[in-house]
Each structure stands twice: as C-alpha cells, then as structure tokens.
Design a protein around this ligand. Structure first.
Ligand code: ZN
Length: 245
C-alpha cells in the first residue's frame, strides 16, 4: 500500500513537471522568432491547397508586409502560436495568424487584414505601452480596455477608415471558421467585431462623441476626468509621431 502511494506521488510529480514545462514553453515561444520558415510554409501550402511558392512569397517577399514594416518603423518576425503583438523592436506575427490571412479567398483580402493587424498592434505600443489590459472586473476597467482597442483601430486606419472597416469585415469570414464567439460577443478586453465595425463606420474621428458611445455600451458613466485622461494618452501617441517625423 505504501509503495503504491509512493508510485502515485512520483507519477503526479512527473505529470506536474510536464504540465508546468508545457505552460512555460507556451509563453516563451511567443518571444522566439522562427529562423527556418520552410516547415510552416510547406504545412500551410498543403493544408490550404496553395502552391509553396505562393505561400513563400506571402511570408518572405510580400510588398504589403514591407510597406507595413516601414510604416510601423519595426521589423516583422514570425513566431509559433496564436495572434499578433508588437514589442519595442519588432512586430511578431504568429504562424496561425498568417494561416488565417492565407485562408482568405483572395490574396488582396488576406493582405488587407495583415496590414490592418500590424498597424493595430503598433498603435497599442504607441499609445498603451506593453501592459495595457485592466483586469479589475469593473465597468470603468472595461471602458478603458475598449477605448484602447478602438483607438488602435482608428489609429490603424489613419484616415482610411474604409480600408480598415473592409479589413475587419473580412474577419467575419475567418470568424465563421476560427473565432465565431469574437464576432458577436463582447468581453472585458475587446468589443465584439460587430461593434468595432460599427464604431469605424459611424464615427469619423476618435473623439468624445465616440468615447461617450463606448462608455454607454460598457454601462459606464464617463466623466470630465476620463475625457482629460484619454486626451492626454492621445497626445502622447501624437507626440511620438511628430518626434519621429
Ligand atoms: Zn488590440
């Protein structure tokens, strides 16, 4: 009996070690750029029935990626995992995100979504820094999280709202396969894609009228202090832009 207990204890210890190792790897791999893209290129080409040359060009010789790279002033790299983010030096795009872009029915659509995402992530970095999410379960925290998301959408548009609205509309198609919940469901960090499209289409500028609408949608009463804070964050981003220009 005692021996059984010892074996059980050792087995659970091994399981625990494997599990924590896996969790650490999941978070670490976001920071490791992939050097050899060939296996990902071959896998995506096979799964989507595309030519390998076409997928290779999409990754390594893509004019939209180059344009986004120079516009953002950051190098674009790829990593294993999900989503996209920008750090101090690079914009990191996951292979699964690239797969989503390639899965659009035309290359033009995939590239529009790709460009929008790079610009959106860079806007977060410019305005919000690295730790942007407020975790407190209050309507105020939710409101500020949504403000960051919508500001990044408007900044990515840079006056070309139609382009971004079109890009976001494309998400609908991807969403039907990959992320159906995000299409219509709000969460504490992001408004639903439906709302984001609505904000972009109905408001010309990221200005107090829109902030009031976002506050209303979050069930929050916006104050003059909030407006001053949002204005201060906006000018932080603008300052950085004018310094770089
Ligand atoms: Zn975002």
């Amino acid at each position: 009996m005692k021996e059984m207990l010892i074996i059980l204890f050792i087995l659970s210890l091994i399981v625990l070690l494997i599990l924590s190792g896996w969790l650490v790897w999941q978070s670490v791999k976001r920071f490791i750029p992939i050097r050899n893209l060939e296996p990902m290129i071959k896998a995506a080409a096979r799964q989507l029935s595309l030519s390998e040359d076409m997928v290779r060009d999409f990754y390594t010789d893509n004019p939209i990626l180059k344009e986004a790279e120079s516009h953002a002033g950051r190098k674009i790299c790829f990593f294993r995992g999900y989503g996209a983010y920008a750090n101090g030096k690079r914009v990191m795009l996951s292979t699964s995100f690239m797969y989503e872009c390639l899965a659009f029915s035309t290359l033009r659509e995939g590239n529009t979504y790709l460009y929008y995402t790079v610009m959106h992530e860079c806007a977060h970095l410019k305005y919000d820094g690295r730790c942007r999410y407020r975790l407190m379960p209050t309507s105020k925290a939710k409101f500020y999280n949504w403000i960051s998301e919508v500001r990044a959408d408007f900044s990515a548009a840079e006056g070309q709202h139609e382009r971004v609205a079109n890009a976001i509309l494309l998400v609908k198609r991807a969403a039907s396969v990959n992320i159906p919940k995000r299409l219509i469901k709000d969460d504490h960090h992001h408004p639903s894609w439906v709302r984001r499209i609505q904000y972009l289409n109905e408001f010309n500028m990221f200005a107090p009228d829109l902030w009031k609408k976002i506050a209303h949608d979050c069930g929050y009463h916006i104050t003059l202090d909030d407006i001053a804070k949002i204005n201060a964050t906006n000018s932080k981003g603008n300052l950085e832009r004018s310094r770089r220009a």
